[in-house]
Structure formats: C-alpha cells, structure tokens
Design a binder for this molecule. Structure first.
Ligand SMILES: [Zn+2]
Ligand SMILES: [Zn+2]
Length: 286
C-alpha cells in the first residue's frame, strides 16, 4: 500500500472538505487516484479468473458431425484451450481426438472425452469419460454409470424443443431437481432460436444453482467455439476443478446474422441427413 493511502474504503470515500484549498486538493487527489487504481485492479482480477475457453459440446464424423476428430482439434487450436468431443452414443471419435491432441502439444488444445447419451429422458452430456456409456437407459441409471467411471453428467440443452425423450418418459429438464447432475448446459448455440431455450435454462437454474456450461453443439468446425465455457486455468484438469466448484461462465461468442444463414442451412441439412443415417445404422445393428 502506498505511503499515506487510507486503509479503509469508507475513509477513502470520505474526502476532506475542511482545510485550505491547496491541502484539500492534494489529499483528495491522492484518494481519488487510489480509488481508481483499486477499481482497475479489481476489474483485472475479475477478468483474469476466466482465462480458459472450452467448447463442451462438439460432434465429429463418428456420429453426425462433419469432420474427423483430428480436423476438429486443429481447428480448435488458437480458438479454444479445451474441446469436448461429445458424439451421439460413442466415444470412439473423442478418444481419437484425445490421442491426436496428446501427440501434438504444439496445438495447445486439451481434449475431454465426452458423449451425448440418448437416455429415455432425453440427451445427457457426459464429460471426462474413459469408455462408452450405453444409450437407452433412464437418465438416473445413465448418470450412475457416468459417475461410476469418474465422469461428470451435464443436462444437455434441457429445454430444447427436440430433446430425444422417449414416449411415456419425463424430460431431463423436468427431472433436474431430482437428478444428481454435475452441471447444466445453459448455452447451446445450435440454432437461431437457441437464445430462447438457453434463456429459460439460465432462468430456471436460479432455482437449482448448478454449475453452468456452454457448447456450440457444432456439427461443423465452422461453429466451433461459437459458445464457450470460461474457467480459471487453461487445461482439462483445471476445467474439471472449476466445474466441481461452480467457477465456470457460459457465454455466446457468436451473433446469428442474415449473412450466416445460407451456410448454416446448408450445414444443418447435411447434418440432419447424417443424423438419420446414424439412427438407421444404430437400429440395424441393434
Ligand atoms: Zn442433443
Ligand atoms: Zn449435440
């Protein structure tokens, strides 16, 4: 603390009025400078907390995404510190991405092995997996399996109109208070109207106070990092610690402008076709 600086906030705001004008000017100017400096430091500290950027919802060609895992890792370099590959009901692409990122530390990208699991209650994101969790179970049983292998369970786009809920089952969005979830995806940047269901998820989370995540739900590297989870640190273990302590920030780094629409529609129609093919293949292989 500089010499002569007042040591309490109240004292700093208590500007001197009863002394000669020159003395008053000197004292008050010093106090004002000190206030401004502290305000700046506080702002910098707040900014520095969320140094890492992670996209926690990304699909590869191993499900209905558009690119191979290696392409995604390379595209993430410079845009993100951590990327979670969360293919539908498989971790094969994520494991491949993790190996590739491990062989290329110069890219500066850490990969979290994830999966978007089709539960009977809708889509559930699992992060920090080591092996695949089977689809077709209830959300509660699925979360149990995720936790058994040390993973984290996140409610994926819990208020999206298409959540993959099986007939006769309640959606994860409605079950959130009863489920042992580790986090909630409050930013899912999958479409033009995503802000609406994202806003509702964020609002409802006021009741649950779950740690928050953001993901682009990218089915093409074009969208990669369009939504990001901010966290203190730069790598996957730091992100995990941040999720465990609720020190994450979900944000959208993208604006849906008219100029983006033709490319968006083109990518989305290709991805719907791929998704239908994946579903058909899954049915055929039982
Ligand atoms: Zn989904
Ligand atoms: Zn998805």
């Amino acid at each position: 603390m500089p010499r002569g600086a007042p040591d309490s906030l109240a004292a700093r705001h208590d500007f001197v009025t009863e002394t000669s004008p020159s003395k008053r000017y000197g004292i008050n100017a010093r106090r004002a400078c000190w206030d401004a400096m502290e305000h700046m430091l506080r702002r910098e500290r707040r900014r520095a907390i969320f140094t890492g950027r992670a996209d926690l919802h990304v699909h590869s060609l191993y499900s209905d995404g558009g690119q191979m895992p290696e392409v995604i890792v390379r595209a993430a370099s410079g845009r993100l510190d951590v990327v979670a590959i969360t293919d539908h009901d498989t971790v094969a692409g994520a494991l491949r991405a993790r190996d590739y990122a491990g062989e290329h530390p110069e890219l500066g990208v850490d990969v979290v092995v994830g999966e978007e699991i089709s539960t009977l209650n809708g889509h559930l994101l699992a992060l920090y997996l080591s092996e695949r969790v089977p689809p077709g179970l209830t959300a509660r049983d699925t979360i149990e399996l995720v936790h058994a292998q040390g993973g984290l369970a996140v409610a994926a786009h819990p208020f999206h109109p298409l959540r993959g809920v099986a007939r006769g089952y309640r959606s994860i969005g409605r079950l959130i208070p009863e489920l042992p979830l580790d986090a909630i995806e409050v930013v899912n940047n999958a479409g033009v109207f995503s802000r609406l269901y994202d806003a509702w998820a964020a609002l409802r989370n006021v009741e649950w106070m779950l740690p928050v995540t953001a993901g682009s739900d990218a089915h093409d590297v074009w969208y990669l990092g369009s939504a990001s989870t901010g966290f203190p640190g730069r790598d996957a273990p730091a992100l995990r610690r941040a999720l465990a302590t609720g020190r994450t920030r979900a944000q959208v780094d993208w604006s849906w402008t008219a100029a983006k629409m033709p490319r968006h529609v083109h990518i989305q129609s290709r991805s719907v076709l791929r998704f239908l093919t994946v579903c058909r293949q899954a049915r055929l292989t039982g």
